[in-house]
Design a protein around this ligand. Structure first.
Ligand SMILES: *Cc1c(COP(=O)(O)O)cnc(C)c1O
Length: 353
């Protein structure tokens, strides 16, 4: 069945191993982030086989899918107040920045007779989640009063909203905050979590502060690309995921529509370039499944012309290959495309070894 997303489990396992070994050398554990592929169970298992110390996802429903894999589970997105019971049930650790939510986790943990681990997020400039450094002491003090929850550590998230790059200064600040908490409250923090795929480059240039003992890599493992500078990493696979879709029409047609041009299916006023006659193919996939900007045809001579909800139009004029009706066109995909394709129920998933 097409369209199909092929997932190479061997390569996924090898990419995990690659990052795991790099982190091991620096005394850093990894919670591998499964949200980009909706925590598809076979893929999550490959990540565990590759050495993931923990699995992390933004959504409880994804953690439920992987509950039987034998590593600790982490809820990456701050819990909703309305889901704290499920959080305690399905996550061993959750990232937090709101004391009201942590109090609710405490209540639910006590009911279930569990200890829930809290990773307190600190905002060091990226302006997504996290308490401000000036609020650390009073927040820690309040958490330590609660039963049923354990202050497991602190963490920071960067390069997600504000595009702030992790460096010795902001991660240095994180380790300084950790040391201050440990000294002031006479406790030991188990985890100092220094970011996501954008922190990986600091392992290569030796600038990772030594107190950082955990990272939360997602994209670097699934796409083989670090995210501080967008560089592909040598030795990692960049083709774990392949999208395949089928040609349903193939005709020579004009490159410019005929008639008065109004709006397209999405309310935009399209603009066209006259390239004369074109060999145009329609493949059976559309914007309901994926944003076409995130697709790169493996055949470099294919150009994506446009898309509506269920049709993707390609220019095959310059390809030397003999495509026909029923031909399968293959694409490499970016992060946004991976999110959409794994979410869409219209996309068949096929695992290869
Ligand atoms: C998504 C997410 C990650 C993973 O980010 P990548 O850029 O894919 O490595 C890590 N931490 C948090 C809190 C996240 O939300």
């Amino acid at each position: 069945m097409y369209p199909k997303l092929k997932i190479n489990l061997c390569k996924l396992e090898e990419n995990t191993k690659f990052i795991k070994e790099k982190c091991d050398k620096n005394g850093i554990s990894i919670m591998v982030v499964t949200k980009s592929f909706c925590a598809l169970n076979s893929a999550a298992k490959a990540v565990v086989d590759g050495g993931a110390d923990m699995l992390a996802d933004s959504r409880i429903s994804n953690l439920v899918k992987i509950k039987d894999l034998k590593v600790p589970k982490v809820l990456l997105r701050l819990p909703m107040l309305s889901e704290t019971k499920e959080v305690v049930k399905f996550a061993d650790i959750s990232l937090n920045s709101e004391i009201d939510t942590i109090k609710s986790l405490s209540v639910e943990a006590n009911k279930l007779n569990k200890i829930h681990n809290v990773l307190l997020m600190i905002d060091l400039g990226d302006l997504r989640e996290g308490i401000l450094p000036c609020d650390v002491d009073k927040t820690v003090e309040e958490i330590l009063k609660l039963s049923g929850v354990n202050l497991y550590g602190i963490g920071v998230n960067l390069t997600c909203y504000g595009g702030v790059i992790p460096d010795e200064i902001n991660l240095g600040k994180l380790t300084e905050i950790a040391t201050n908490i440990e000294n002031k409250f006479k406790i030991k923090l188990e985890m100092i979590s220094g970011g996501n795929s954008s922190s990986i480059y600091l392992l290569d240039n030796g600038k990772m502060p030594s107190k950082i003992n955990n990272l939360r890599p997602g994209e670097v493992i699934v796409l083989g690309r670090e995210t501080a500078f967008g560089e592909l990493i040598e030795g990692m696979h960049t083709d774990i995921f392949t999208l395949e879709a089928e040609v349903i029409e193939l005709k020579e047609k004009d490159s410019i529509p005929t008639g008065n041009i109004g709006m397209d299916a999405f309310g935009n006023n399209p603009v066209f370039l006259d390239k004369g006659k074109m060999k145009r193919a329609i493949i059976a996939i559309g914007r309901q499944d994926v944003n076409p900007d995130g697709l790169t045809p493996y055949d470099k001579d294919i150009e994506i012309v446009g898309a509506s909800s269920d049709h993707l139009i390609l220019d095959l004029t310059n390809t030397g290959k003999d495509y026909s009706i029923g031909s399968v066109i293959k694409f490499n995909i970016d992060y946004g495309a991976l999110l959409m394709l794994t979410t869409s129920e219209y996309i068949e998933k096929e695992y290869i070894k």
